[in-house]
Design a protein around this ligand. Structure first.
Ligand SMILES: [Zn+2]
Length: 164
């Protein structure tokens, strides 16, 4: 397929690319960076061992994961891709909180403008919500402070539970 030119792995390792080279299908010579980064993070012999241990039809996906993780490890040597997951999860919960605040504010405004609006709340819940409507200006700031202090690095237990 690639003619006589060795795959990216064999080129980097300065060895002859055999016909049955385990790297050749996944590390073409036109993308040397792909193997270089995986080699730097995992080591060529470890990658070779990993590929040998899994069925051929799963190897392309495995290489894709290795490349992704290697890139993540370059950016975040301690947590790798889990750091990115944690960061995004924090962002999702922050946005969910902001959304909840905005929805409650909308409800408040609707109730203040149309007290007889058919809202799915009983009378106690309605009066409780109306009572807190006047305090809404202070709520977003509390949420923002909470969000900025709940840093990714400060929560190692939550991070570890992602792997289980
Ligand atoms: Zn090769």
């Amino acid at each position: 397929m690639a003619g006589s030119s060795p795959c990216a792995s064999c080129k980097l390792l300065r060895r002859r690319c055999a016909k049955d080279c385990i790297f050749a299908p996944y590390f073409p010579p036109d993308d040397p960076h792909k193997f270089a980064i995986v080699h730097k993070i995992f080591g060529a012999s470890n990658v070779s061992k990993m590929l040998q241990e899994i069925p051929v039809h799963q190897r392309a996906d495995a290489v894709g994961s290795l490349v992704y993780e290697a890139n993540a490890r370059m950016r975040d040597p301690v947590y790798g891709s889990v750091g990115a997951i944690s960061y995004l999860q924090n962002q999702v919960s922050q946005l969910q909180m902001e959304l909840a605040v905005a929805q409650a504010e909308i409800l408040c405004i609707q109730m203040q403008q149309e007290p007889n609006l058919p809202i799915q709340l009983d009378q106690d819940e309605k009066s409780l919500l109306l009572a807190s409507c006047n305090n809404f200006n202070s709520i977003p700031h509390q949420y923002f402070n909470f969000a900025s202090s709940s840093n990714v690095i400060q929560d190692p237990l939550k991070r570890e539970s992602l792997w289980t």
